[in-house]
Design a binder for this molecule. Structure first.
Ligand code: NAP
Length: 511
């Protein structure tokens, strides 16, 4: 049985099924809800006995192409029996209908299966770190010496460049050679899991319920949100840069809006170590635009070729858009957080001229909000915990600054929480309910959880106008969408996408 290299038996997104055994029922239910899945990987080593994985292969083979894998503990798996027994299990999986076998390079199983011409994906994982260009070449040559359909190389990214290298490796496949699947594990590699099909990999992996590798996304998100198999190198790449970014719900708003308009574009999370990591990615991925989150908004402004007035006012940008023409690249900085603050107030017809505003915090979002509110005629005081930072921000902006403890009731008509307090369910409100009155407008920038300690304190004091961070996220995202695509999305559309994603995430946390 000599494997035919021209045809690859699985394409798209592969959902991974593995133990513990009591989880399998839920994984099968999820599988049923994903008809567009391109295949199923059965991680037989993760079941209590391999017999369960073999039985499942037989059961699923007529519905989905099955990739069958048995990994040793040293290969990141849980197989503890002998190598000869492992080879027997692989052979049995083929008899039961598996179309592809994944065996680790340098294993006895890979050699034996290769000798028998089995449909083989030879893989190499490094759970400890990245793989440099020379090692990548050596591993490729070694893997190619085995008779197989494909090679998979999966390092752990210490920085985004390590993940980019895996994509470039996928794209460097020679015509007629074995297909390549490359991406990197870990937070810095998440974008490569999404983009590997666009760079030429036949498929990428997604979890069904339990994540079986660091950074693995759900199969549902890969299919429904990112539409990973639909993209090519011509697809326009957008994303969100930050550290961390895994909490960001922006991909859930932008991607469905691209799809609804038939735009060949994708929006992915880029977890950077430092802002300079962006330069490693921008040109190779031809990134067209990014949203910028903590802690890079000031860097974004500092590195933009030019920036809008809202960025200038606060000294921070939360959006970067690349303009490339005839070899020249200009990077435009925008601050759509400003719109995110102003729009929810405008929707409530709140007069800003002369309004006294207290902003808790002096970071990127506080600066953006203060700049926009000052420009709209409000008087602004920043409340800080660190005098030096608070006064420095106030002096940049031309507004007042006071210590957080100085905040007294009736000082301000509008109080904005621009600290991260409330993100963690154990957080207390940054200010006590005594600082609110029924007339205080309370605006919390935090959008997840929806019910924050700050807004609860305001409600306890009888405050009538409570503005959740979701409105800011939606309003700033809509402006970004226009900057990215030149098209308009609607508030209702973005909000519905956001609420759906938030509900899904809460459901997962409760599972
Ligand atoms: P940032 O640059 O890190 O600034 C955070 C600010 O909060 C800093 O001034 C920091 O003080 C202060 N702070 C942190 N912990 C505090 C504590 N325990 N007590 C008092 N002050 C504290 O973050 P950012 O970009 O401005 O974002 C701030 C918040 O707004 C985040 O929660 C973010 O998720 C949210 N946000 C929401 C949206 C939206 O669309 N809804 C948009 C942007 C931001 P130091 O200066 O002393 O460190």
């Amino acid at each position: 049985m000599i494997a035919d290299r021209s045809a690859f038996p699985i394409a798209g997104v592969v959902g991974v099924i593995g133990g513990p055994d009591d989880e399998v029922g839920r994984q099968l239910t999820r599988l049923e809800s994903l008809p567009a899945l391109g295949g199923v990987e059965i991680r037989a080593d993760l079941f209590e006995t391999c017999a369960a994985g073999l039985a499942l292969t037989e059961r699923l083979k007529d519905r989905w192409p099955v990739l069958f894998t048995v990994r040793l503990a040293a290969e990141g798996g849980a197989w503890r029996d002998s190598e000869s027994r492992r080879i027997e299990i692989y052979s049995e999986a083929l008899r039961r209908g598996a179309v592809l076998l994944d065996a680790e390079l340098r294993s006895g199983a890979a050699r034996a299966l290769s000798e028998h011409g089995a449909p083989l994906l030879v893989s190499h994982h490094d759970f400890d770190g990245p793989i440099g260009p020379d090692a990548l070449e050596e591993l490729t040559a070694e893997a190619a010496s085995l008779a197989h359909l494909g090679i998979k190389i999966v390092p752990t990214a210490a920085r985004p460049l390590d993940a980019l290298r895996t994509l470039q490796w996928v794209a460097a496949r020679k015509a007629g050679g074995p297909r390549r699947i490359g991406f990197a594990m870990g937070d810095h590699g998440v974008f490569s899991r999404i983009l590997t099909p666009a760079w030429g990999a036949p498929f990428t992996y997604g979890s069904l319920t339990v994540q079986v590798a660091p950074g693995q996304l759900s199969a549902r998100d890969l299919l429904d949100i990112y539409r990973a198999p639909a993209h090519t190198r011509a697809t326009r790449v957008f994303g969100v840069i930050g550290s961390p970014v895994h909490h960001s719900l922006s991909p859930y708003m932008h991607n469905p809006a691209f799809a609804a308009r038939g735009l060949d574009a994708i929006y992915v999370p880029f977890a950077l170590r430092s802002f300079s990591d962006l330069w490693d990615l921008a040109e190779p991925l031809a990134i067209a635009g990014v949203s910028v989150t903590i802690p890079f908004k000031k860097d974004a402004f500092d590195h933009a070729t030019s920036a809008d007035a809202a960025s200038e006012a606060g000294g921070v940008s939360n959006t970067l858009v690349w303009e490339r023409s005839e070899g020249a690249v200009a990077l435009r900085g925008w601050n759509t957080d400003a719109n995110g603050v102003l729009e929810p107030l405008a929707r409530r017809r709140i007069e800003l001229a002369g309004l006294s505003v207290g902003i808790l915090g002096n970071g990127g979002a506080a600066r953006g909000a203060a700049g926009a509110l000052l420009a709209a005629g409000a008087s602004v005081t920043l409340y800080y915990r660190n005098k030096e930072k608070g006064e420095s921000a106030a002096s940049d902006l031309g507004c007042a600054a006071r210590p957080m403890d100085d905040l007294a009731p009736r000082d301000h008509g509008l109080l904005v929480n621009a600290t991260p307090l409330g993100l963690d369910p154990r957080d207390a409100s940054p200010v006590a309910s005594r600082v609110f009155t029924p007339e205080t407008i309370a605006f919390d920038m935090i959008y997840d959880p929806p019910d924050t300690p700050f807004l609860r304190c305001a409600a306890q004091a009888g405050a009538q106008v409570l503005i959740p961070g979701r409105e800011m996220l939606v309003c700033q995202g809509l402006v970004q969408f226009r900057l990215f695509t030149g098209e308009d999305a609607t508030y209702d559309e973005f909000e519905a996408s956001f609420l759906g994603a938030q509900k899904e995430r809460r459901g997962k946390q409760e599972e």
